[in-house]
Design a protein around this ligand. Structure first.
Ligand SMILES: N[C@@H](CCC(=O)N[C@@H](CS)C(=O)NCC(=O)O)C(=O)O
Length: 235
């Protein structure tokens, strides 16, 4: 049995991390049996210090890309095997766009925008014991804001961050068009990845941000997200 280590559900979404949602959606779409283990405590056991990671027999694999590569290899292209080389190239590019660009607009919205930070602080760190809860959340936020500067997203104005995210959402919406999944009527790892980020922007009413409002404006992305949630997560 595959063991998936993740943070745990938030609202109706199976995880507040789009990468954890990506892997769980992949497992469901591929029809692979798995168990989950939820909690921040698993960060300490994570081979790369981030979640998700999986244990599959004797193999421990970290990072959503390597997890999916491992499962595709082991299960004979269970989800992506039907894609042509051209579709695989498109999927690769969109996945990198989501993970390396669109993702950061979400992180910026949650951690750098003061209103969302107040909500996040309570949601993620509310259960920390006193006196840790007085300084740990602020310390983590300070590091996160440094990461956002280093990555570059926080060097833009808030309006530009929205524009950057919207560019990616528009590309996803145009490519999805009126198809059920990004490559037709069968899901692929691109669908799992797109669902990972879109679930954060569209299914959680915990946070509000201009880029999430932009996402709400793409009807086909909204329908896609609800369709995947209903079919694979049943709520
Ligand atoms: N490249 C990794 C990214 C995973 C990642 O960034 N996970 C974040 C949550 S969204 C995390 O574990 N952060 C905790 C930390 O950095 O301490 C993947 O694709 O799995």
């Amino acid at each position: 049995m595959i063991e998936l280590y993740k943070f745990g559900p938030m609202g109706k979404v199976c995880d507040p991390s789009p990468f954890c949602v990506k892997v769980e959606a992949y497992l469901k779409m591929a029809g692979l049996a798995y168990d989950t283990h939820s909690g921040n405590k698993y960060l300490r056991r994570a081979p790369k210090g981030k979640l998700p990671f999986i244990r599959d027999g004797d193999d421990v694999i970290a990072d959503s890309m390597y997890i999916i590569r491992h499962l595709e290899d082991k299960h004979n292209g269970v989800l992506d095997g039907h894609l042509t080389p051209e579709q695989k190239a498109v999927a690769h590019s969109f996945i990198k766009m989501i993970d390396e660009n669109l993702y950061w607009t979400m992180v910026y919205s949650r951690w750098a925008m003061d209103d969302n930070w107040m909500i996040l602080k309570e949601a993620f760190f509310g259960s920390l014991p006193f006196p840790l809860k007085l300084f740990v959340p602020n310390m983590i936020r300070k590091n996160l804001l440094k990461t956002l500067q280093g990555q570059g997203i926080a060097r833009h104005s808030a309006a530009e961050v929205t524009e950057i995210g919207d560019g990616d959402l528009a590309a996803l919406s145009d490519y999805l068009g009126d198809k059920q999944y990004f490559f037709g009527d069968r899901p692929s790892s691109l669908d799992a990845t797109a669902f990972g980020i879109l679930s954060q922007m569209l299914l959680l009413d915990t946070f509000s941000a201009p880029v999430f409002d932009k996402a709400r404006g793409y009807k086909n992305l909204v329908d896609f997200t609800h369709r995947v949630q209903d079919k694979y997560f049943g709520n």
